[in-house]
Design a binder for this molecule. Sequence first.
Ligand SMILES: Nc1ncnc2c1ncn2[C@@H]1O[C@H](COP(=O)(O)OP(=O)(O)OP(=O)(O)O)[C@@H](O)[C@H]1O
Ligand SMILES: [Mg+2]
Length: 236
Amino acid sequence: MQNHAEILRTERLCRTFSSPAGEVRALRDVSLSVRAGGLTILNGKSGSGKTTLINLLATLDRPTSGQVFFEGRDMTSLGERERDRIRRTRAGIVFQSIALMSNMTAYENVEFGLRVAGFPASGRKERALACLELVGLSKRAAHLPQELSGGEQQRVAIARAIAHQPAVVFADEPTAQLDSTMGLQVIAVFKKLIEEQGATIVMTTHDPDLMQIADQVYTLRDGLLTDGREDGHDPV
Ligand SMILES: Nc1ncnc2c1ncn2[C@@H]1O[C@H](COP(=O)(O)OP(=O)(O)OP(=O)(O)O)[C@@H](O)[C@H]1O
Ligand SMILES: [Mg+2]
């Protein structure tokens, strides 16, 4: 059933890491298609290649071979500047490796993200505050990251990632540090983004409860997509 356009596609994506200890084939021939306007979940056991895959999808890393097409463009063939520009303006990223600015408050972090994405100056304050409210952090807007809990920091990172209304949000284990209530709240924020703004969310998770609310699920095992993957159902 193809009533949603494809926003992201990979073609035989491979990523091999070389180290003195030997080679690790972290991803092997991964071809997948992400439909626009839904929640796509990448799952699999620890070490199966989820982070490697989402890093490639978000163009934070380059494949050993294969391609990533985003909105029809082959990202692997673009120069670094153009890739950075597309990522900054069209994508939002929630990864542990991309930390908050430690010298900026929660509000300033979100506002800074808007500035980097080229969001109009006149609307930044209102939008930043609205996004902090969306993740339940209005009362912590003036706090620095070190004055926040791990889960609160994670939610600021989510507010920052979604604030410029990106076409796609990439999130690597966004709920792992949160208790189940807060995890569900984050998912509710994602769902709202999908419904109200037509955004696409791609996230990795271990949590089996979350698979049920996904529109598409891809499962990795030892760097391969499993045959038993579920290509998802169409949202009602
Ligand atoms: N920079 C690297 N150098 C060498 N091997 C790596 C590197 N990054 C990842 N790997 C290996 O690639 C494989 C996939 O790692 P990846 O981080 O993608 O797994 P994951 O599914 O995200 O696991 P987790 O659930 O624990 O986060 C693992 O075997 C890992 O050891
Ligand atoms: Mg990982």
